[in-house]
Design a binder for this molecule. Structure first.
Ligand code: PXP
Length: 237
């Protein structure tokens, strides 16, 4: 399994004082040194954390793989077409949410999503759709030509009892097997941390996890290199 690090919250911290530090570009550099195989950033329509300048510089400096998380808003789509990240992960976006709250409704938005995927593919950008572990959504992701999905692990991460957690893990396993059987590459993310990552490692079809908040929170105490390195060691086991 590979590890991608989401550096949005480095930008959140920077923006809190309106200055230049900490710089997400430096964070991406350290994360790669510490074993991350990809850097993820979400250019939100409201630019609450990552900004246009960050994406431009990350495109220049990231040596592993730049995964741009994004909605299919026209402005953001054109930025992606210009920047050409290695991967575009399409997510639903609501202004009032604290973080991405659920997977895409691929079925409802299939026409718009299919058009966006085709535009990104025309630029040579691979496309992943962030989806809940629901068979019909995965089927539609495949139909509209996404080559990859990222399974939303939020329900698993937020499960309040052991039995609920096992049920959610089973949902993820079933969804990952189904997606893999269709030929889709399977990633996963949201709410993963140093504890709940272990059962996820047993799902063999998941090739990569995308983790942000838990690692940046840990970094506040132990430093970014150690926080990323610890997770990289777990994920590479
Ligand atoms: N994957 C996606 C699609 C996300 O939107 C996020 C949150 O930005 C993550 C992964 C990372 O989630 P977390 O910050 O909870 O690790």
């Amino acid at each position: 399994m590979r590890l991608s690090i989401n550096i949005d919250h480095i930008a959140t911290l920077r923006n809190a004082r309106g200055g230049k530090e900490p710089d997400p570009i430096a964070a991406a550099y350290i994360a790669e040194l510490a074993g991350a195989e990809g850097i993820v950033c979400h250019l939100r329509e409201d630019r609450r954390h990552i900004r246009d300048r960050d994406v431009e510089l990350l495109r220049e400096t990231v040596k592993t793989k730049l995964d741009l998380e994004m909605s299919i808003n026209e402005e953001i789509l054109s930025i992606a077409e210009n920047i050409v990240p290695n991967l575009a992960t399409l997510v639903p976006e609501k202004r009032e949410e604290l973080t991405t709250e659920g997977g895409l409704d691929v079925i409802k938005n299939r026409t718009k999503l299919k058009r966006a995927i085709a535009r990104l593919h025309d630029k040579g950008i691979a496309v992943s759709l962030f989806v809940d572990p629901v068979r019909e959504q995965i089927e539609m992701a495949n139909e509209i030509n996404a080559e990859m999905i990222e399974l939303h692990t939020g329900d698993y991460a937020n499960a309040t009892t052991e039995i609920k957690r096992i049920i959610q893990l089973q949902r993820l396993q079933t969804a990952a097997s189904f997606a893999h059987s269709l030929g889709l590459t399977v990633n996963a993310g949201h709410g993963l941390n140093y504890t709940n990552i272990f059962p996820i490692l047993t799902i063999r079809e998941i090739e990569e996890v995308s983790i942000g908040h838990a690692i940046i929170a840990q970094a506040a105490f132990v430093g970014l290199f150690d926080a990323v390195n610890e997770m990289a060691r777990i994920v590479h086991r």
